[in-house]
Design a protein around this ligand. Structure first.
Ligand SMILES: C[S@@+](CC[C@H](N)C(=O)[O-])C[C@H]1O[C@@H](n2cnc3c(N)ncnc32)[C@H](O)[C@@H]1O
Length: 299
């Protein structure tokens, strides 16, 4: 959805843009190509490998600033770089292809590797350490909440039973355990998909990150500036949709109550509600299948 993102950001050559999720830099490079000498781009990634690659790629380009850290710090970091308000902010949430393809990062049930799953392996706790200690109830709640996994209790029970015999340290161990614990199959979905997604979201506090970052983004967005967010599952998209809707109507007030009015003047105008990739894009990049782009403009 590169074209839709670039259109959504309504790019100005002398504008300042923030790519909150550098990944392997596809969006960042396209943004930079459209910036002139006075334009600025700040890129974030929590993953030291991703941000290391960004530093290397943009070395010597004074227009670009690279920040290793969570995007929930967007406002402070952007101000710290001496930039005032910005003209566009992009979030392309989730995992990057290099992260999924490197088995040792632990994100994929399709490759064997250490059960880590941290975007930043230098902070927080690895999935294996969480699975070693978490009570069965907590594991089951995480799988239900972040993976919408119907068999959460069954899988949590199997995890606790297995770890009492040997620690769960590898992605393959976890994925095989799930395959044998889950009695039914969803079409076109590996039985471990939901569990891996849930553990990753929990380990990286992904929804909390998004909930904190969106209001921060508003604080640094210039009037007329654009906020573009690509989400990959309904939990993220729900947060984005609700945030944009509330900001577009001036607060989270209950609808239909007599006398209920906006809590504050609307701060966003919705530009595009939910853009999804077309069939051609899905064929060339099957991982884009569940992507949804939403764009709003700061009033
Ligand atoms: C889907 S990829 C982005 C792909 C990128 N747009 C591109 O064109 O290559 C998501 C990236 O966001 C990073 N990420 C996820 N959560 C983050 C957070 N809270 N703060 C900073 N980076 C984060 C991940 O490490 C990953 O590299």
């Amino acid at each position: 959805m590169l074209d839709a993102v670039l259109r959504g950001l309504a790019m100005q050559p002398a504008g300042t843009y923030v790519d909150c999720t550098y990944g392997r830099g596809g969006h960042a490079s396209a943004i930079l190509e459209r910036l002139g000498d006075r334009g600025r781009l700040v890129v974030f990634d929590r993953d030291p490998e991703a941000i290391g690659a960004a530093r290397k790629r943009f070395d010597g380009d004074a227009r670009v600033g690279c920040v290793h850290g969570p995007f929930s710090r967007i406002a402070a970091e952007v101000r710290g770089l001496g930039l005032g308000s910005v003209h566009g902010i992009l979030f392309d949430l989730g995992v990057s292809s290099p992260q999924l393809d490197d088995g040792e990062r632990g994100f994929s049930f399709q490759h064997d590797g250490r059960l880590d799953m941290r975007f930043d392996p230098g902070s927080g706790i690895a999935a294996a350490d969480w699975l070693k200690r978490a009570p069965e109830r907590e594991i089951s709640d995480v799988l239900k909440r972040f993976g919408e996994e119907r068999h959460a209790r069954r899988i949590a029970r199997a995890i606790v039973r297995t770890r009492s015999e040997a620690p769960l340290t590898r992605t393959r161990q976890l994925s095989e355990l799930i395959v044998s614990a889950v009695p039914t199959r969803e079409r076109h979905k590996h039985p471990a998909t939901r569990t891996f997604q849930a553990i990753r979201i929990h380990i990286n506090a992904e929804l909390e990150e998004l909930e904190s970052a969106l209001p921060e983004a508003m604080d640094i967005l210039a009037p007329g500036g654009r906020l573009a967010v690509i989400s990959f599952h309904s939990l993220e998209d729900r947060i984005v949709k609700r945030f944009m809707r509330n900001e577009a109507r001036g607060g989270d007030y209950p609808r239909g109550l007599p006398g209920a009015g906006p809590l504050h003047p609307p701060r966003l105008k919705i530009v595009s509600k939910a853009t999804r990739p077309d069939e051609d894009e899905i064929i060339s990049n099957p991982r884009a299948r569940s992507a949804v782009l939403r764009v709003a403009e700061r009033i």
